[in-house]
Design a protein around this ligand. Structure first.
Ligand code: PLP
Length: 409
């Protein structure tokens, strides 16, 4: 597994790594890893026009958006605020697809004004949209109803899911499109995080290709994301080259049947940034109970909630003393609620003051952080071509008080 450059994590005593330089807790992202993942994705597909739209909810720091833009990526935005961040990062409106869920028509109207592509995921809004903006082309989010995904909270394509327009509603959908005269420019699906199998993708792809035959003026097909990344050493991952091969062949066949070369779009979030991220934390306390050896760190579920929210696994290593003899630790946070980052993990012997690194901390880690327990959110640092860039300052008391109104009664 890729790991942070030695010079940053195991610095010579005279050259502090980011953990020492910027303090802890600290999120560190490696630009080269993101670049590598982006190229791998681009190289995996052989179709006339491929667009990678970075699903920015995974990690929304504006410098990361700028970096993605520089690589050539477009943007998948799930809120009008993410659209705003994307525009601020220099993306053109036509390179942004706005895919909200359960937002009102007013917010969609704002997106129309900003000129971004709009993805609609229910018939009620589609009907309203058709009456208000009959000349604005839309993309339709289709729910193909396949069960996929690593966790019930991240599986979004199944029959009970709130996402997308059910494939079984196609007759109704077509009536609305015809009655309003809407131009459908794209079809989209996103069946959930953590899809392992190329077969599942192909199965869902066929559903979308068949649906596409009902629309004459499509310009793109967007297959969303759900690419699995390894969280454990040797862990399973989507075989992107295999998927690229199979899907490209199928897509090119489809384009011939359809009679036009459409754009193929993917929206990876986790695949691009998960492994690039490292969360550095300091051990405050070593505590022994009759059954457990705890390492208590200067962070908690307020900074990285995935283990508690999704039972996610993040590998934990002692970067201060990586060569120590391994012992069995349960690594816990400082929040007044159980926040266990890892139970019974083999980690090189930890001393109070050591820095630990939680790996795979690029996706859905900082972006899901909060100020719970009135703790400051961490700083973020971006490493690229041997330089380290502070891309978010650690918060201060001022940030906690911002927008609060101090009323004396
Ligand atoms: C979250 C999301 C993605 C990205 O999913 P990953 O599993 O992080 O790759 C892509 N498209 C849409 C519409 C999403 O909501």
């Amino acid at each position: 597994m890729e790991f942070l450059n030695d010079r940053y994590l195991f610095p010579a005593p005279s050259t502090p790594g980011p953990g020492q330089k910027y303090g802890s807790p600290l999120y560190v992202y490696e630009g080269e890893t993101i670049e590598q993942k982006y190229r791998r994705m681009v190289d995996a597909f052989s179709v006339p026009r491929l667009h990678i739209h970075y699903a920015c909810k995974a990690l929304t720091n504006i410098s990361v958006l700028r970096f993605m833009h520089k690589l050539g990526a477009g943007l998948d935005a799930v809120s009008i605020q993410e659209v705003g961040l994307g525009l601020k990062a220099g993306l053109a409106p036509e390179d942004i697809l706005y895919t909200p869920n359960c937002v009102g028509i007013e917010e969609i109207g704002e997106a129309v004004k900003l000129g971004v592509h709009i993805n609609i995921d229910n018939l009620s809004i589609l009907e309203q949209f058709g009456h208000l903006y009959p000349t604005v082309p839309v993309c339709l989010r289709i729910n193909p109803h396949i069960m996929a995904g690593g966790h019930t909270k991240t599986s979004v394509g199944h029959i009970d899911s709130k996402f997308g327009i059910s494939i079984h509603q196609l007759p109704h959908l077509l009536k609305i499109v015809e009655a309003t005269g809407l131009e459908v420019e794209g079809l989209h699906m996103h069946t959930g995080s953590d899809i392992l199998d190329a077969d599942i993708f192909l199965y869902a792809a066929d559903i979308l290709f068949n649906t596409a035959m009902n629309f004459d003026n499509l310009r793109y097909i967007d297959f969303g994301s759900g690419f699995k990344v390894p969280y454990k050493e040797g862990g399973i991952a989507t075989d992107i080259e295999d998927l690229g091969n199979l899907l490209s062949t199928r897509f090119n066949e489809f384009c011939r049947e359809y009679g036009a070369d459409l754009d193929l779009i993917f929206e990876p979030g986790k695949f691009l940034v998960s492994e690039a991220g490292h969360f550095l934390v300091k051990v405050n306390v070593i505590k022994t109970t009759p059954s457990t050896l705890f390492a208590g760190i200067d962070s908690g579920l307020n900074h990285l909630i995935r283990p508690m929210f999704y039972d996610a696994y993040h590998e934990i290593v002692n970067v201060s003393k990586p060569m120590g003899k391994p012992r069995i630790y349960t690594v816990v946070g400082y929040i007044c609620e159980t926040d266990t980052f890892g139970s019974n993990r083999k980690i090189a012997e930890i001393h109070e003051g050591d820095l630990l690194c939680l790996k795979n901390a690029g996706a859905y880690c900082f972006s899901m952080s909060s100020n719970y327990n009135s703790r400051y959110r961490p700083a973020e640092v971006f490493l690229y071509q041997g330089k380290d860039y502070l891309i978010r300052e650690r918060e201060t008391m001022e940030d906690l008080l911002r927008n609060q109104i101090d009323v004396s009664f």
